[in-house]
Design a protein around this ligand. Structure first.
Ligand SMILES: CC(C)(COP(=O)(O)OP(=O)(O)OC[C@H]1O[C@@H](n2cnc3c(N)ncnc32)[C@H](O)[C@@H]1OP(=O)(O)O)[C@@H](O)C(=O)NCCC(=O)NCCS
Length: 169
């Protein structure tokens, strides 16, 4: 008997071998999930998303269109990645001196329920704390404390937010 999949993958997307996808997760058009990656339950993976090798993604994570989650990036439960935001995994990229391989990728951890606005850039090697809110277009170059609001380039903490993302005094 054919075993029914407990998740949805649009026919235009590619799922490599050795990938784990949790139940209720939906993967929309033109996306690529690379080998060794794990995606939790009830996630939404938008259009033109690339999940790199060995990436771990928690449950209830929402990744909007045109986002690449490179190896070295980890997303905990309920993380939100806005459209066209950018992660990195090499701090000093040079085509002439390629740095390939898991050991060379700087780690980026996005903790539970943090949100990253549209078009923001996360320079690798940082931790974004729980419930932090990264404004659209911000360039994050340092660790972000939990419940902090970060805007600008370079990103600066300009306030605190509550669980729903509203600014608090
Ligand atoms: C610009 C860059 C090369 C600097 O690296 P670095 O010399 O190690 O710099 P540091 O992290 O020590 O930061 C030094 C200062 O520059 C700021 N800064 C770093 N990168 C920045 C960026 N991209 N935009 C704006 N400011 C930046 C930091 O906030 C810090 O400011 P401060 O001293 O006022 O606190 C690096 O941060 C970067 O952007 N690398 C490119 C990553 C990338 O695109 N990779 C693509 C392949 S995955």
């Amino acid at each position: 008997m054919k075993k029914e999949k407990k998740y949805f993958v649009h026919e235009s997307s590619f799922i490599d071998d050795k990938v784990e996808i949790g139940k209720g997760t939906k993967i929309w058009h033109f996306s690529h999930i690379q080998s060794g990656s794990k995606i939790g339950e009830n996630c939404s993976i938008g259009q033109n998303v690339n999940i790199g090798q060995n990436v771990n993604i928690g449950n209830h994570v929402k990744i909007q269109n045109n986002v690449s989650i490179y190896e070295g990036v980890e997303l905990e439960d309920y993380v939100f990645c806005g459209p066209s935001m950018v992660f990195t995994n090499i701090k000093l990229p040079r085509s002439e001196f390629p740095q390939r391989g898991s050991k060379l990728y700087l780690k980026t951890l996005v903790k539970k329920s943090a949100s990253i606005g549209a078009n923001a850039t996360i320079v690798c090697g940082v931790t974004i704390g729980e419930y932090a809110m990264i404004g659209s277009g911000a360039v994050v170059t340092k660790d972000v404390p939990a419940y902090s609001l970060v805007v600008g380039n370079p990103g600066r903490v300009v306030g605190k937010v509550d669980k729903k993302g509203n600014c608090v005094k």
